[in-house]
Design a protein around this ligand. Structure first.
Ligand SMILES: [Zn+2]
Length: 398
């Protein structure tokens, strides 16, 4: 499945309609939740949909202002969530409750299968949404595959559409073996000497955010000024997140394009052992997010391997040239000097080369093929099977 996100440009009237539809889907969610959350069993999806029909008779807005499948999706969502909760409960796990959604909490609603159409014109593309109208949209890239559903999303004061298609992503991975050392000053350094540096604008956004936060805390609670300050704060957060996501996407795409094997360090343990990972730096860099949410899925789709180094591997203190261990290396030393072979090298680069060398002894996060690597291997093994030969163990690390 592949998703595409585009910005929408609704006019004032359409925006009001979108807001109303969002609120109706929220009310439906709350209503169904109130009906079914107390019953531990005895709900099914059909019953839920009957209640939905009643809702439409009582209040015509539920029929006229929102597309019918959008409400059905809410139904399915609640049904799924409640089923999961009750099955966990049966297994003896401690579970919480689903929460009601307050005004403005819900940010998305869904069109499933139908009720929408992309209208392409030479200059103005638009998106037709049933019950809403034709909304201006800029199609900045081609949508591949069939659109299965679309999500309308509100972010701060902007509206977006996310198309979910059945297209299969097939990226190609490179041939290099690369280790990455995550450092707090730069984002990270690769063993092929490429520096992955956080863009400057992220620092600017961070300092603006700080100022904004301070500003809001000074305003009187419940005042109009506080409301304004909160809106601004939301905007700043949103902008910072976008910048970060953009950066993560760029570096992860480049990594996967270049490499066959990517080695990283085991983060949490190293973070605890080395004092120089301050909480601020850790948060700012977001390595964990980068690895879990961006790198691994991209690597997986391209058939690229990701390995995390063994946690007790002394990657910083070991010489990448001769393997000698310098126990006296301090945190403040930015260059590594080897007393045995005389190697002088940047500290982070030295660590990244060590990671490259030893990562495949650690844990595999993704990409090790249990099937066979190439067609050639397959042919050989089929032949071996035919003649009853013992199959050779194929190394995963090649
Ligand atoms: Zn050395």
């Amino acid at each position: 499945m592949k998703s595409y996100k585009f910005k929408l440009f609704p006019n004032k009237e359409q925006e009001d309609k979108l807001d109303l539809a969002l609120d109706i889907s929220r009310q439906t969610y709350n209503y169904l939740l109130s009906l079914f959350s107390s019953t531990s069993e005895g709900f099914n999806e059909g019953e839920m949909k009957n209640y939905l029909r009643d809702l439409k008779v009582v209040n015509e807005d539920f029929k006229n202002k929102i597309y019918s499948t959008s409400l059905q999706v809410e139904c399915e969502k609640i049904h799924d969530n409640l089923s999961v909760l009750s099955s966990l409960k049966k297994k003896g796990k401690k579970v919480g409750r689903l929460r009601y959604k307050g005004k403005g909490w819900k940010k998305t609603f869904v069109y499933k299968q139908s009720g929408f159409k992309i209208l392409k014109k030479s200059k103005n593309n638009s998106l037709y949404l049933s019950k809403i109208g034709n909304i201006k949209m800029i199609l900045h890239r081609k949508v591949e595959g069939d659109i299965k559903q679309l999500i309308i999303k509100k972010e701060v004061d902007n509206w977006y559409v996310i198309f979910q298609t059945d297209a299969v992503i097939k990226n190609k991975c490179g041939r290099k073996v690369v280790g990455i050392d995550m450092s707090p000053s730069k984002f990270g350094i690769r063993s092929d000497k490429i520096i992955m540096e956080m863009p400057k604008e992220i620092d600017v956004s961070l300092s603006k955010l700080k100022k904004c936060n301070r500003n809001m805390s000074r305003k009187k609670k419940g005042s109009k000024n506080r409301f304004k300050a909160r809106k601004l704060l939301q905007k700043r957060y949103w902008r910072l997140n976008n910048q970060k996501h953009n950066f993560y996407h760029q570096i992860s795409v480049k990594l996967v394009k270049d490499c066959k094997v990517i080695g990283i360090e085991t983060l949490s343990i190293k973070g605890m052992m080395m004092g120089y990972y301050s909480a601020v730096n850790f948060q700012k860099s977001g390595w964990a997010t980068f690895i879990n949410k961006y790198l691994i899925y991209k690597a997986e789709s391209a058939g690229c391997q990701v390995w995390a180094c063994d946690r007790f591997e002394p990657t910083s203190k070991k010489c990448s040239g001769c393997g000698n261990i310098n126990k006296e290396l301090k945190l403040s030393d930015r260059t590594y000097e080897c007393s045995k072979c005389g190697l002088i090298i940047d500290r982070d680069l030295n660590a990244s080369i060590n990671i490259k060398k030893t990562c495949r002894l650690g844990t595999n996060l993704c990409g090790v093929d249990t099937s066979l690597d190439s067609e050639k291997d397959l042919k050989v093994s089929v032949r071996n099977l035919k003649y009853g030969r013992k199959q050779e163990k194929i190394s995963n690390c090649s």
